[in-house]
Ligand binder design. Structure first.
Ligand code: MG
Length: 269
């Protein structure tokens, strides 16, 4: 190349012309083999990810300002409260039915981000300490519990899929510390006659650590009337989208920075 540049201009002109013609001749040639494995469309949509951490296509369910996205899940139930930018459970005293909160909007397949805090003041033990939960579709619980030196059945500890799958590791922080869940929930699929086609699936990162990897759910996680049974409840056909629910388990847990992204995955269409 250096030798080419050293030549007088009149000699360079034909050389440049030949270089310019190369693409014309190349168009008639078979494409280079490496291009056969290149895919150029469809182009993935652009999602911006600002420093706040909320992707541009996320649906914000709680940003510390109001509870507009939520409603009590039981008739006549009370809303929870906002304290220092956190959504805090107002525990329902027994024996009244707990007042879970559910989203006004319904969801199917989602990516969820949620931050939670169990009470700094440690009270109770086992399932009675810092218990709450994220119920996808109001039916499938990703457990929240103070699992810092708090033995309980492992498929009921923090980050378990309640009574179905223990977490791979216990990545819990201590009481009063903020923790994160980043989860992918794939809704179950039912045939028109109500037969289960595909079970629900969940993948969860707890404080950035993988704790559930694509686990298949055996059915709804036990809660309320299905709780006090010797067997886990079976699937029953339901709508493709249902509200997300946060559990009042009579402990004053707190939440912040909750958002979801609705997913349309090629393999789940
Ligand atoms: Mg719970």
């Amino acid at each position: 190349m250096l030798a080419l540049l050293m030549r007088p201009l009149p000699l360079l002109i034909p050389a440049i012309a030949v270089l310019l013609l190369v693409p014309v001749f190349a168009a008639d040639q078979p494409p280079p083999p490496y291009t056969l494995t290149e895919v150029w469309s469809p182009i993935p949509p652009v999602v911006t990810t600002p420093a706040s951490g909320v992707p541009s296509d996320a649906i914000v369910l709680f940003d510390g300002k109001n509870l507009d996205a939520w409603e009590p899940a039981v008739p006549g139930g009370h809303p929870w409260k906002i304290e220092d930018g956190a959504m805090v459970i107002i525990p329902t005293a027994a024996p009244a039915r707990p007042t879970d909160q559910r989203t006004k909007q319904s969801f199917g397949d989602v990516q969820l981000h949620l931050e939670f805090r169990t009470p700094a003041e440690v009270k109770g033990e086992g399932q009675g300490r810092g218990n709450s939960g994220v119920f996808f579709m109001g039916l499938y619980e990703l457990q929240i519990l103070d699992s810092d030196h708090n033995p309980t059945y492992v498929n009921g500890q923090n980050a378990s899929v309640y009574k179905e799958h223990a977490p791979l590791v216990n990545a819990s922080r201590g009481p009063g510390e903020w923790q994160t869940y980043d989860a992918v929930f794939i809704a179950p699929r039912f045939a028109a006659d109500g037969t289960l086609l595909k079970p629900a699936r969940m993948t969860v990162f707890h404080n950035g650590v993988l704790v559930q990897y694509d686990v298949a759910l055996t059915g709804p996680t036990p809660n309320g009337p299905t709780y006090n049974q010797p067997k886990l409840p079976p699937y029953e056909a339901h709508a493709a989208k249902l509200p997300l629910l946060l559990q009042d388990h009579r402990n004053p847990n707190a939440f912040r920075n909750i958002w979801v992204r609705e997913l349309t995955l090629p393999e789940t269409k």
